[in-house]
Design a protein. Structure first.
Length: 99
């Protein structure tokens, strides 16, 4: 089920960067301990992200589309703050980020 949720989250894009939120590193935790409820802890690229509400709604829709998931609680955090350390290597290459 975790892999299915991760795949669903790869279909949710940050509209400002046009990269999916999972590979961008915005998903910090997917908690399956209380199935059929899933809790997703995520961050945003900025505390002032104008698309925050849309991203949260898209996360909820993606996760609850998975069979066996009834509800999805979303926790938004800025600790740790978003940065290139969280991105997949493919995203870093796509965005031209070298660490």
């Amino acid at each position: 089920m975790l892999a299915d949720i991760q795949d669903a989250l790869r279909k949710v894009y940050d509209p400002e960067i046009s990269v999916n939120i999972f590979d961008l590193g915005l998903i910090y935790e997917i908690d399956l301990k209380e199935l059929p409820k899933v809790t997703v802890t995520h961050t945003l690229t900025s505390a002032f992200c104008p698309a925050a509400d849309d991203i949260i709604k898209d996360i909820q829709n993606a996760v609850t589309s998975i069979e066996g998931v009834d509800t999805c609680d979303i926790i938004t955090t800025f600790d740790p703050p978003f940065g290139p350390w969280a991105m997949s290597e493919d995203v870093k290459l796509t965005l031209g980020i070298w660490e």
